[in-house]
Design a protein around this ligand. Structure first.
Ligand SMILES: Nc1ncnc2c1ncn2[C@@H]1O[C@H](COP(=O)(O)OP(=O)(O)OP(=O)(O)O)[C@@H](O)[C@H]1O
Ligand SMILES: [Mg+2]
Length: 293
C-alpha cells in the first residue's frame, strides 16, 4: 500500500504530541477497491479539502480498525471517540475539573484533535449517539468546518486535512442504536462498505495469528456456511480470531468454537444450525487431507 505523505509531513510533525500516529496493523486486509477509495480520500485531505468517510458493515468486520489503519498507513495522528459514551453535548468541548479545591475548565481532546492538521478523527458507532449530542457538532462536519463554543468562548475551526471517519454497525441483531439521522448521513457523502474478508484472506489472517492452514480453513468454512445460511449467523472475524487464540492455547476445535461463537448465540434454532456447521467441519475429511500444513 502506498502512502501519500507529501505536503502534510511538516504539519504533522508540528502536530499535537498527545495524538500520535498509530502503529500499522500489517496483517489487516483491505480490498483493493477500498484501498483505492481511501487513497482518494487521503489525496483530497492532502489538498486541504474536507473529507468525511462513513464505514458501514456487520459486527467485527474491521470498521474501527480500518480508520486506525488509514491513519497509520497515511501517517496521520489519530483520535477516536466512542459515540455511545457521550451523554451530553457539552462533552465534545470540555468539562470542569477540580484541582486543589479549585475548579477549572479543560478543553476536550476531541477539540485538540479537530484542531490538529491532518488528524484522523473517528466517531465510532455514530448510530449509538443520541441525535441531540451529534447536533452539537454538525457545524464541524459540514462545509462550515467551524462552530462557536460558549464553553471555550471561541470559534472552533477544523484544521486543514482533518479526516472524519464514522462507523455504523449493520444487522438486525443490534439493539439500542438510533437510525442514522438524515442530517448526519448527509454530512458523510462518502461510504465505505466493509464485509468479512473473502475466505482465503480470512484464513490467512488466522494463519498470521499462529493457526495451522487446516484449522484456519475449517474455521473460515464454518463462518462462511453460517453467514450464507438461509437465516444467517453473523460470525465475525473477531470471533474467528478468538477461536484461533483458544486453539493456540490448547483448546480443541469444538471447545474453541463453542467459546467464541456458539455459547454466545441466544436463539435456540440458530444455535442448532451453528452446531450442525461445527459438526460438519469436524467431520469433513477433504479439508483434513488436502490442506494439512
Ligand atoms: N480485514 C481484516 N484483516 C485483519 N484483521 C481483521 C480484519 N477485520 C477484522 N479484523 C480483526 O477483527 C477484530 C475486530 O475488528 P474491529 O473492532 O475493527 O471490527 P468492527 O467492525 O469495528 O467491530 P464492531 O462491529 O464490534 O464495532 C480486530 O482484532 C481486527 O484486527
Ligand atoms: Mg468497531
Amino acid at each position: 500500500m502506498t502512502s501519500d505523505k507529501g505536503s502534510f509531513q511538516q504539519g504533522l510533525q508540528q502536530g499535537n504530541p498527545g495524538l500520535p500516529v498509530p502503529p500499522d496493523e500489517e496483517g489487516f486486509w483491505v480490498s483493493s477497491r477500498n484501498l483505492e477509495r481511501l487513497g482518494r480520500a487521503a489525496s483530497r485531505a492532502d489538498r486541504g479539502e474536507q473529507v468525511n468517510v462513513l464505514v458501514r458493515g456487520p459486527k467485527g468486520c474491521g470498521k474501527t480498525t480500518l480508520a486506525r489503519v488509514f491513519a497509520a498507513r497515511w501517517a496521520r495522528p489519530f483520535y477516536e471517540v466512542h459515540c455511545g459514551a457521550f451523554v451530553d453535548a457539552e462533552q465534545w468541548f470540555g468539562k470542569d475539573r477540580l484541582n486543589g479545591g479549585e475548579t477549572w475548565y479543560r478543553k476536550a481532546r476531541f477539540i485538540h484533535a479537530v484542531e490538529t492538521p491532518g488528524c484522523v478523527v473517528l466517531l465510532d458507532e455514530i448510530n449509538r449517539a443520541h441525535p441531540e449530542v451529534l447536533n452539537a457538532i454538525l457545524g464541524l462536519l459540514d462545509w462550515r468546518r467551524s462552530m462557536w463554543s460558549d464553553d471555550l468562548t471561541y470559534e472552533v475551526g477544523v484544521a486543514p486535512g482533518v479526516v472524519f471517519f464514522a462507523t455504523i454497525n449493520e444487522g438486525e441483531e443490534f439493539y439500542g442504536v438510533n437510525p442514522l439521522d438524515a442530517a448526519i448521513r448527509d454530512r458523510f457523502p462518502r461510504t465505505v462498505r466493509l464485509d468479512y474478508p473473502p475466505r482465503r484472506e480470512e484464513a490467512n489472517i488466522l494463519r498470521a495469528h499462529g493457526l495451522s492452514l487446516r484449522l484456519s480453513e475449517k474455521l473460515t468454512d464454518f463462518a462462511h456456511t453460517l453467514r450464507t445460511a438461509g437465516r444467517p449467523v453473523h460470525v465475525s472475524t473477531r470471533q474467528l480470531l478468538v477461536a484461533a487464540e483458544e486453539i493456540c492455547e490448547g483448546a480443541s476445535l469444538r471447545e474453541a468454537v463453542e467459546t467464541s461463537v456458539i455459547f454466545g448465540i441466544d436463539d435456540v434454532s440458530l444455535e442448532k444450525v451453528a452446531l450442525q456447521a461445527l459438526q460438519w467441519i469436524e467431520e469433513d475429511p477433504s479439508l483434513a487431507q488436502v490442506n494439512e500444513s
